[in-house]
Design a protein around this ligand. Sequence first.
Ligand SMILES: Nc1ncnc2c1ncn2[C@@H]1O[C@H](COP(=O)(O)OP(=O)(O)OP(=O)(O)O)[C@@H](O)[C@H]1O
Ligand SMILES: [Mg+2]
Length: 236
Amino acid sequence: MSLLEIEDLHVEAGGRKILKGVSLTVEEGETCVLFGPNGSGKSTLLSAIMGFSSAKVTQGRIIFKGRDITGLPVDARARLGIGMMMQRPPNVIGVRLGDLIEVAAKNGHGSTGHEGEFRMDSMMDRDVNVGFSGGEIKRSEMLQLTAQAPDLVMLDEPESGVDLESINMIGSKVRDLIENNGRRTSAFVITHTGQIMDFIDVNKGYIMIDGRIRSEGDPREVLDSIKAHGYGVDDE
Ligand SMILES: Nc1ncnc2c1ncn2[C@@H]1O[C@H](COP(=O)(O)OP(=O)(O)OP(=O)(O)O)[C@@H](O)[C@H]1O
Ligand SMILES: [Mg+2]
């Protein structure tokens, strides 16, 4: 049984059809990367898996740990073990980052007290994401995931906007989260550059084009083909 199975998923956002029949699997202990041009639907897919109401499933199913979670609310999915780093998380006015981290640790399997490792000590009293820089948002999202320690880690462009020194920290934290003291956690990671693959072992690569998975294969070969031929490689 796969940890995550997406079956013929159709999703609308803002009244438009965005995902047009996506099927894919993430196995237990497997790390998959998802490539694809801007606007192809990658973030929408993660939103649909997490259960955000902005991504409306109109057809198909999402199966996690053998259970159909397609209709479950976000908090229930989080408690089942799904966690996500969002590309653009919303400001949460009135909620301290420190309080959010405590809730994440209480409902998950991780722990608090990691803010020093993420250079976030001085941020714990601030409202979540309010005025955070791009890099601070990434570190905050990783800190929350470390507290939650989900069984499926979904990362939306973890390296994007991160400075050259912090990329090593983010990369090693992603590796720690996935390696999980020897009990490999499953991961589904969106990346444009593939830079995160310098830090983690990746088993499978997917390319999404216009709301559909267009190819699947060895992640390094998939990335090399994009670099050499662009995204339209299958059409040529
Ligand atoms: N709420 C919404 N209302 C209208 N359009 C939306 C909404 N959400 C997503 N879209 C559209 O859906 C398409 C896919 O968006 P999505 O964010 O999933 O792309 P992406 O593959 O993650 O792109 P990027 O690489 O730029 O992050 C885009 O054209 C976007 O404008
Ligand atoms: Mg995106």
